[in-house]
Write a protein of this length. Sequence first.
Length: 225
Amino acid sequence: MQAFNANGGNDKLSWTSDDPRDSMIFGPWGAFYRFTHDFKRGITECLRTSRGDKEDRVARFEWGMNGGLGRVMIGKTSVPMSDLSKPFPGNPSYRTCIGPDGLQYRWAPSANGVDIVLQDPYNNTIACLHPVRPTRYPVGTVHYEFHFYKNGNGGALLPPVMDIAVITAMLYRYCAAYGLISSAFVYLLDVVLDYRLWVLAKRDTYVAYIPRICAELCLLYRVKT
């Protein structure tokens, strides 16, 4: 399996910052993706370098209260961040999402117990996050290596798939860094903050959440202990 980057070579990419909301993914040729975060407004933008020095906006993250998961605008489509980082049934360390091709992708710990890999429905690894010892570069301190891999047919990944890989990798890093490893907290936050729906007599909806919330909190407790 050969690592694939924007130039079609085998150079690994480097990912700066311990806060992925304000970070850069770069290679020997320069910046590839860049995240800029407005702490006052709670908004993060993901930019991809195209030809020359031009940057195209890939996504806009609108975070919830106190840095909680909110919504992300990809193109003209707005989706909940939780939909791009859904815990896999039976294994909360796996995170799944639906890609632009309609297929389900998942981030999961690799067999070596160190890397986090992105796999397609056919178990082909198409991207990898590899933690490294923090190393200073002129553009920032690198905390991860990021690899793209050629697809199962040996061809280059299409840009929309690469975009969703970067977007979901950022969310995975963020959830891991801030302890958001269980969707139970997302449901609890929704229940507490969106009280207006409760007033509108949607009690049955929240009651339906309770068994799942309890089950995930019990699982989370077992994982942490």
